[in-house]
Design a protein around this ligand. Structure first.
Ligand SMILES: Cc1cc2nc3c(=O)[nH]c(=O)nc-3n(C[C@H](O)[C@H](O)[C@H](O)COP(=O)(O)O)c2cc1C
Length: 350
């Protein structure tokens, strides 16, 4: 019987249950980009507590695309060892570990990127990061190679797959989104062009790491203007990526931290539309804090549900769900702030 605790296969990735820890930046990385001690402890606690798949905090593929000074990097071989240790920890507890790889694009502050001005698809100024410059074609090609090399490093660390971060306003989501991407070359314009960079990265990773090496994508299921057009084009893009070998898509959304008193999981309605039209395993993230949320998603045909904030308040969430108890998380978003100011991650942490 399919339920939250039954195994599932996402493309080339087999997982012992349908509960996924969505990528979560802990803000405990070392200034040079290597993994900090607390990160190992956090991941071990989750793995020990039966999380089927743990997706890492996003690790930057290059020296120039970090979103914060505490972010991990996988831009050089010296970072492989840390991810190897992390993977071994998860495997000891019979879990799966996927590493998320990212570039912050227009959200890469110059102060954490050696003074380099941020790049976005069209150089449009973003509210939290001005000025930005448009990516040149050479820079696009460089980033593409950076993603592929990062995936190869992760593969040599023994991870069970990589997830391309294409959501939340970072570089690749800026390319996907018609609100931010006003380019007029092969990387802008219609949906096929706006997804080109992700497709080329995906195909490059599959060529370098082998077709069987699982590659996932996290992408927004909404945007700020003309959502109908966005969803229609998202479906077209996912069909293209499916043909290029994508193993699974994790559907997230912009503005998730401001959503209150809305039906949960947040993006289920769009995920159900995508489910009916694209033959690709879906992981749904956002707003899940009760087993009933997971059940609603599974009833709509979604393969797995991923969770971030409630795994911070309650690392033993899988056991709570088995008892049909909700997470204590109240979506207060202090997990974005507390680690940097107090070293704690949650208002419930003692
Ligand atoms: C502290 C914090 C750090 C996050 N870091 C990442 C990240 O590194 N990569 C990513 O794709 N999403 C990140 N997210 C977003 C979550 O993965 C998730 O998509 C979002 O929190 C909604 O899920 P939730 O309602 O279960 O928290 C982060 C969220 C939080 C709260």
């Amino acid at each position: 019987m399919t339920n939250a605790f039954s195994p599932v296969t996402l493309g080339h990735l087999d997982i012992k249950n349908r509960l996924v820890r969505s990528a979560t930046h802990e803000y405990f990385g070392e200034p040079d980009g290597s993994l900090g001690d607390r990160q190992f402890e956090i991941v071990e606690e989750l793995a020990r507590n039966e999380v089927g798949l743990i997706i890492s905090a996003h690790a930057c593929v290059t020296k120039w695309g970090r979103s914060s000074p505490e972010q991990n990097r996988i831009s050089e071989d010296r970072f492989i060892e840390g991810f190897k240790r992390l993977t071994e920890i998860v495997h000891r507890h019979d879990g799966k570990f996927v590493a998320q790889i990212s570039h912050a694009g227009g959200k890469a502050p110059s102060r954490v990127n050696e003074g380099r001005i941020a790049r976005s698809p069209s150089g449009l100024p973003l509210k939290d990061q001005t000025p930005t410059l448009a990516f040149t074609l050479d820079e696009i090609n460089e980033v593409k190679e950076d993603f592929i090399r990062a995936a190869l490093r992760m593969k040599s660390a023994g991870v069970d797959g990589v997830q391309i971060h294409g959501a939340h306003g970072y570089m690749l989501s800026e390319f996907v989104n018609f609100v931010e991407n006003k380019r007029t070359d092969d990387y802008g314009g219609n949906a096929m062009n706006r997804v080109r960079l992700i497709r080329e990265i995906l195909e490059g990773i599959k060529e370098a790491c082998g077709k069987e090496f699982p590659v996932l994508l996290k992408i927004n299921s909404n945007t700020t203007e003309d959502n109908g057009r966005y969803v229609e084009e998202l479906i077209e893009m996912l069909k293209i990526l499916k043909d290029s070998g994508l193993d699974a898509v994790e559907l997230s959304g912009t503005g998730f931290s401001n959503l209150k008193d809305v039906p949960t999981p947040f993006f289920l309605e769009t995920a159900a539309i995508v489910r009916r039209q694209v033959d690709l395993p879906i992981i749904l993230v956002g707003g899940t804090r009760k087993i009933e949320d997971v059940e609603r998603a599974l009833e709509a045909g979604i393969e797995a549900v991923s969770i971030s904030r409630p795994f911070i308040s309650d690392p033993d969430l899988v056991a709570r769900f088995k008892r049909r108890e909700a997470a204590r998380c109240i979506h207060c978003n202090q997990c974005f702030v507390l680690p940097k100011t107090t070293g704690k991650r949650c208002i419930f942490e003692k």
